[in-house]
Write a protein that binds this ligand. Structure first.
Ligand code: R5P
Length: 293
């Protein structure tokens, strides 16, 4: 097996290679003066299982490099080409919200499936699609973050209430609450724009004796968790601990969360970020091993 690090994927690739006892190499990229990109795999590929590795946040440039690398690997004689993308991009646009819009999650799935044999990811944003199989015709493996998050909660913050900021988070919140053995509640969110969300909640007073843990799959602008923290504060609860699976974090997200007075922010290591505290690489390595005889 050969792991090929996509842009930004060196740390993940080295960790996977250690766990899987195989070689890894960084995808070599050359940017021509006209803006076009050349990719090169600087290791023998013929007869090997090639696994491209890297999270797909800020996905546009990375995706083109991925497609070129997968194509090159196949042409150079790879037995199969897989992808480990702990964060899978473009899953949130799962409906034509306005006339004329692309349903990007499906288009992106077609694009990636055209050059890959399998895909391994962590908690993709499945809201309207029942599973990745609904849009990805290739083999897909989802590593759930819930067991690792529940372990972290049991170890650091037992006797808490787990709170989801919106209906979409119910799937993560209920599973983590079950595994961690804590109570849970889910708020209601209306999104009015990229940075404009409204959140409401009922029945929170019953949890006043417990410190809340807010849990969401993605932290991007941080506005969802800021608005949720405001609702908890208004209901008389203590400042929450915030847990996110995927730390997309635009530049001001951390300061927004701090200004909102949250007690702590913790994320899984699917995207490198100073808040990473919950490791999932070993689980990803196991999923890859299941795809490579
Ligand atoms: C979307 O519905 C997701 O589950 C997250 O709630 C959302 O992406 C968080 O985004 P932001 O941090 O920008 O509010």
């Amino acid at each position: 097996m050969l792991i090929v690090a996509l842009p930004g994927g060196a740390h993940l690739s080295a960790a996977l290679a250690r766990a899987l006892r195989c070689d890894w190499t960084e995808l070599v990229l050359h940017r021509f003066p006209d803006g076009e990109t050349l990719v090169r795999i600087d290791a023998p590929v013929k007869g090997r299982h090639v696994v491209l590795a890297g999270s797909l946040h800020q996905p546009n440039d990375k995706t083109l490099a991925l497609l070129f690398a997968a194509d090159a690997a196949r042409e150079l004689g790879a037995v199969q080409v897989g992808l480990v993308a702990p964060y899978l991009a473009y899953m949130r646009q799962d409906k034509r919200f306005h006339r004329g819009e692309a349903i990007t999650s499906r288009s992106y799935a077609r694009l990636l499936s055209s050059c890959l044999d399998f895909l391994v990811t962590v908690d993709p944003h499945l809201h309207r699609w029942p599973s990745l199989d609904a849009i990805y015709p290739i083999r897909t493996l989802v590593v759930p973050a819930a067991p690792a998050i529940a372990r972290w909660i049991r170890h650091h913050h037992p006797n808490r209430v787990l709170v989801g900021p919106d209906a979409e988070s119910t799937q993560w919140v209920s599973e983590v609450a079950r595994l961690a053995g804590v109570a849970c509640a889910v708020l209601a969110k209306t999104r009015r724009g990229d940075r404009d969300v409204r959140i409401t909640g009922t029945g929170l007073a019953a949890h006043r004796h417990l410190t809340p843990i807010l849990l969401d799959d993605i932290i991007s602008t941080g506005q969802t968790l800021v608005a949720a923290a405001d609702v908890l504060k208004a209901a008389g609860l203590a400042p929450p601990v915030c847990i996110g699976v995927h730390a997309l974090f635009e530049a001001e997200a951390s300061s927004r969360l701090l200004a909102a007075g949250v007690a702590q922010v913790v994320t899984c290591d699917t995207i490198a970020h100073p808040t990473n505290a919950i490791a999932l690489t070993a689980h990803l390595a196991r999923a890859v091993r299941s795809q490579v005889p």
